[in-house]
Design a protein around this ligand. Structure first.
Ligand code: BG6
Length: 478
């Protein structure tokens, strides 16, 4: 087989692009009628303490000012050849408290402009309805998704989005990393009960309500925007047994299934037996109505999307169960892997593993909607231009994309790839700027200083060539 043939592993029409969330890029935290979201009481990020009320400083109040700069920023994405751009809609721009009967027109009009700008550049907008940014009032009033009343507010929000944008947005995601509620109940499920006081009953009831909400949004899309494709979005973390001991294999499977259950329900429309066993053994009796069951069964997703940054190990041996670092949750470190500056272990092959696992399990088209390397970047001047020599990021992305190509050769059906934080943004876990993922550098620092100017990194030029060549420029042997 010739080199050229071997490298043409990405199908025609494969969507290439990047992803961001509203709270990490927009800023304008209280402009045009926007209400506060749960992000405004997380000034130190998902791993920090929640404050009683919105406080300064919080870098997300300005973030990278995408709210005002979206036109220039989307033009930069287009310059790289993006064909898909994933962003979230800030729920509290549309319904500032979450419980209003009428939406905020200024908020709706803003996303009209963002969507139209994408389309004018030939970029498919992919909208996440909820990315860790529930209206704060709703969280405080109802205590989060454990309360069934969240569903009515959500349905009004989802209906509003689909009616307004359904003619222009083809790709919709319901909840970002829906399984992360297991590990970050406030950020993910708006659950105000502190994690250590949260009962299994309330946690699993919240999970059930979110799954029903996701199915409800899918049902709405079928009626309002029949051309739209609705996907679930899960935090993808393959779990390896730490040793060949069968007890470790079983432990890894059990950990994996805690997350896989979310995809199982979205794809199959019912709870898997192992999940029901977990509930039984925890003594949890979920409040599931007959209407919920029908909704779940009849409104399964069109595709499965996921984030991928790390893999983890698991063991049944308590003495070896030390915890490393990771995305939202951490597993036992893998002795064969290197880690990023934040301790997230880098595992390109794990992406091929999870693509195959998801495809084998669900037989639904997949979409990688987050993947990338958070790193400290240094701005340097070359021929009078400022840039970043981020060969480490290029190596990370290249090696992951080579594994994507392998998975495609394995027969996996994959719609596209969106690298996370395609433009530098505020980190989710620590709410700082210094953990950068972008192909575009944004001049803003952890103390809030900086001009907010944008600069193309080396990875910008590299990714543009990957997209132009539909992956043929990837280096397969590093
Ligand atoms: C995912 C989130 O969990 O990981 C993103 O969906 C987040 O919002 C990304 O930014 C990377 O995490 P972090 O903490 O490095 O920003």
């Amino acid at each position: 087989m010739s080199t050229a043939e071997r490298r043409s592993g990405f199908p025609q029409g494969f969507l290439w692009g990047g992803a961001v969330s509203a709270n990490q890029v927009e800023g304008a935290w209280d402009e045009d009628g926007k209400g506060p979201s749960i992000q405004d009481v997380l000034p130190d990020g998902l791993v920090g303490q929640r404050t009683a009320a919105p406080v300064e400083p919080n870098l997300k109040r300005v973030a990278i000012d995408f709210y005002h700069r979206y036109e220039d920023d989307i033009a930069l994405l287009a310059e790289m050849g993006f064909t898909v751009f994933r962003f979230s809609i800030a729920w509290s721009r549309i319904f500032p408290r979450g419980d209003e009967s009428e939406p905020n027109e200024a908020g709706l009009a803003h996303y009209d402009r963002v969507i139209d700008t994408c389309l004018a550049h030939g970029i498919q907008p992919m909208v996440t309805m909820s990315h860790y940014e529930t209206p704060l009032h709703l969280a405080e009033q109802l205590g989060g998704w454990s309360d069934r009343r969240m569903l009515a507010h959500w349905e009004r929000y989802a209906r509003t989005l689909l009616e307004r944008y359904g003619d222009r947005v083809k790709y919709w995601l319901t909840f970002n990393e829906i399984n992360s509620v297991l590990h970050a109940p406030f950020a993910s499920g708006a659950i105000t009960t502190p994690a250590h006081e949260l009962s299994d009953a309330d946690l699993y009831q919240a999970i059930h309500h979110e799954l029903v909400a996701s199915a409800a949004a899918t049902r709405l899309a079928r009626h309002i925007a029949p051309e739209a494709l609705v996907g679930c979005m899960v935090l993808g973390t393959p779990t390896y047994p730490l040793t060949p001991d069968p007890r470790d294999v079983m432990a890894a499977m059990t950990t994996d299934r805690a997350s896989l259950a979310f995809g199982d329900v979205h794809v199959r429309g019912e709870y898997p037996g192992y999940f029901l066993r977990t509930l039984r053994e925890a003594g949890v009796h979920l409040d599931i109505t007959e209407e919920d069951r029908v909704l779940l069964r009849e409104n399964t997703v069109d595709f499965v999307s996921f984030s991928y940054y790390v893999s983890v190990c698991e063991t049944a041996d308590p003495a070896r169960r030390v915890t490393g670092s990771g995305n939202i949750f951490a597993g036992v470190p893998n002795p064969t892997l290197q880690a990023s500056q934040w301790g997230w272990q880098i595992d390109p092959v794990g992406l091929r593993v999870i693509l195959n696992q998801f495809w084998d399990r669900w037989q639904k088209p997949l979409f990688i909607v987050e993947n990338g390397l958070g790193a400290v970047d240094e701005l340097v001047e070359v021929d009078g231009e400022l840039t970043v020599h981020d060969d480490y990021r290029i190596a990370y992305l290249n090696d992951h994309l080579v594994q994507v190509e392998e998975a495609l050769a394995d027969g996996v059906s994959l719609l596209g790839y969106a690298t996370w934080g395609c433009i530098d943004l505020v980190s989710s876990s620590n709410a700082r700027m210094s953990k950068r993922y972008g192909l575009i550098y944004v001049d803003r620092n952890d103390d809030g200083s900086g001009t907010l100017a944008r600069y193309r990194k080396d990875s910008f030029r590299w990714y543009a060539e990957v997209i132009r060549s539909n992956g043929a420029s990837l280096e397969r042997h590093r």
